[in-house]
Design a protein around this ligand. Sequence first.
Ligand SMILES: [Zn+2]
Length: 123
Amino acid sequence: MAGLYGHIPVQRFSFDLEPAEVRWVLQGRGSEVDLSIYRFADMSASFDAPDQDGTLVWGSTQPRGLLGHVILEAAQSVLELHGEDGYLAKWVQHSFPTAALQDLRRLHLQHDRCALQHAVTTS
Ligand SMILES: [Zn+2]
């Protein structure tokens, strides 16, 4: 999400549903973001496949500020619930992305003129 505030207008990430892949594509367009979710039958075969080879299962355009806000709040709530140690104990392979969360918070507050409330963080 933080990349959408910079010079990388398209961001992709996938969920491995074993064997299916569900790929989210976020495309920044000014102050809005086009969201598209594609489904592929087999992630081992679709890893390098273009988005269009998948089935578009959902799409929407949302204000970047609102999207940034809800992702920021969701990530913050995960951190508050589990803490960095608890997150790592559950996820095992990866630490909580604290630096990325701090980047997103800084970029969101700096660029989105968001009038919603933001949780106070000590990190
Ligand atoms: Zn906000």
